[in-house]
Design a protein around this ligand. Structure first.
Ligand code: GDP
Length: 462
């Protein structure tokens, strides 16, 4: 998962709230100190961190002091957690909606950025992303500055079965861009991505070229591709580009393995431009859709039900009946252990594991600690556990694993847990944990399923 370290530290800070017998100003200050230290380590700008601290403190204090919230400690904890969550979302939220490609029309997307930031790779990733969602997509390589740029596009587009256009002989990028876009518009492509030249540094020539290509192809959206490793310097780079190419969105690449990514994301939000994707690896599928709330939710280990469902939607496109069934089950809050197992298996087949796994609510943070391989091993153990369950157990909501008293209250786990642990070569504790995680997932899915707007939104994607 991106920024796993930051996520762990934020979680540890929030966990202090649960450990404290009462939530008072001292506890609040100690928690804030840790949160701020974690954000600073992730290269978030000092001023932004100070502002977050001040806002959380003021809002939490006011809420805690209000008469209605004075009594119950559990409520007080939740209030503080919610204030922190909201302010973290605010930190990465530019408050601007990005352009969304529409089906049945040509959507021209122009990518700009410095050389080496990952622009060409990102163009192919983007084309694959939209193609998978039913947009007929293609790439125009208007990068005539870098030797080999067209070859790179040709190779990766061919591998991904994406249509492309470029030239080995034409040296004028404006002419190539115009020709390519005109050709693909005529052929009724839905998403036409124009890859422009990069330079080693910001130069006037580069900016002039960008403006000319923009005038020639009239993009619906211009995307700036930024490298996460520059941290908070992303703000200056974003502002410099904005002065000449008025881009409407940003993609931050190389988020995998860059602890400074938090700085880049918050710096970009400060320029009021929406980040739409994060590049999270070198493979074509390593592109995460970005939205402020789901991002923070995943970072804090709370999953991303909406993102997960979109992902399942992509997979389920090959099996529409199963997809309908899943949507119905979600809507009714009836996901069984078997359904959950299917999700985990789907995730395991899709790789990279940690990226998708972090969307599944209920999976613990330490599942993602260590390497991809470690995460894979841990997920395999979860599958072994479910493999040792009987059909009745798999199709249940987990209640068959409990002993119930005469008032219908669960009192303890029953013999089934020991049997499953023995059968799967795991421990009773691991089985218990899996059941607990399943219950968390089922509760969250139920809540999400109840939100009508969310379901409609999801169905529209199909
Ligand atoms: P361009 O000059 O901006 O077009 O950059 P390229 O697309 O050629 O990418 C430069 C290098 O960055 C290549 O080695 C890519 O594989 C790598 N790269 C691009 N995006 C990512 C990413 O999200 N994560 C990682 N780890 N590498 C990336």
């Amino acid at each position: 998962m991106v920024l796993a370290d930051l996520g762990r530290k934020l979680n540890a800070a929030l966990a202090q709230l649960n450990a404290a017998p009462i939530v008072d100003e001292k506890v609040l200050d100690a928690m804030l100190k840790e949160i701020c230290a974690a954000l600073l380590e992730s290269d978030v700008n000092v001023k932004l961190v100070a502002s977050l601290r001040q806002k959380v403190k003021a809002k939490a204090k006011a809420a805690l002091e209000s008469d209605a919230n004075k009594s119950k400690e559990a409520n007080r904890r939740q209030i503080v957690q919610k204030v922190v969550f909201d302010e973290l979302v605010d930190l990465v939220d530019p408050g601007v909606e990005p352009y969304k490609p529409k089906k049945g029309q040509s959507n021209v997307i122009m990518a700009v950025g410095l050389q080496g930031n990952g622009k060409t790779t990102t163009c192919t990733k983007l084309a694959v992303y939209y193609q998978k969602r039913g947009f007929k997509s293609c790439i125009v390589c208007a990068d005539t500055f870098r030797a080999g740029a067209f070859d790179q596009t040709r190779q990766s587009a061919t591998k991904a079965k994406i249509a492309y256009f470029g030239s080995y002989t034409e040296t004028d990028p404006v002419s190539i861009a115009a020709q390519g876009v005109a050709k693909f518009k005529k052929e009724r492509f839905d998403v036409i991505i124009v890859d422009t030249s990069g330079r080693h540094k910001q130069e006037s020539e580069l900016f002039e070229e960008m403006v000319q290509i923009g005038e020639a192809v009239q993009p619906n959206m211009t995307i700036l591709v930024l490298d996460a490793s520059i941290g908070q310097a992303a703000e200056a780079q974003s502002r410099a580009f904005k002065e000449s190419a008025d881009f409407g969105a940003i993609i931050v690449t190389k988020m995998d393995g860059h602890a400074k990514g938090g700085g880049a994301i918050s710096a970009v939000a400060a320029t009021k431009t929406p980040i739409i994707f994060l590049g999270v690896g070198e493979h074509l599928a390593d592109l995460d859709r970005f939205a402020p709330q789901p991002f923070i939710s995943k970072l804090l280990g709370m999953g991303d039900v909406q993102g997960l469902m979109e992902h399942m939607q992509d997979v389920a496109a090959q099996n529409p009946d199963r997809q309908k069934e899943m949507v119905k089950k979600l809507e009714e809050g009836k996901l069984s252990i078997r359904d959950w197992k299917e999700q985990i298996q789907t995730v395991m087949n899709m790789g990279p594991m940690s990226k998708i796994a972090s969307m599944i609510p209920g999976l613990p943070q330490d599942l993602f600690a260590g390497s991809e391989e470690d995460t894979g091993k841990r997920m395999k153990r979860m599958i072994y556990i479910t493999d040792s369950m009987t059909a009745t157990e798999l199709d249940s909501d987990g209640s068959v694993f409990m002993e119930w008293d005469k008032d219908g209250k669960p009192v303890s786990l029953n013999w089934r847990v020991t049997r499953v642990a023995k059968g799967s070569g795991t421990s009773v504790r691991e089985v218990e944990e899996l059941l607990c995680q399943y219950r968390m997932m089922a509760n969250m899915a139920k809540q999400a399923g109840g939100k009508k707007g969310w379901l409609q939104q999801m169905q529209k994607l199909g």
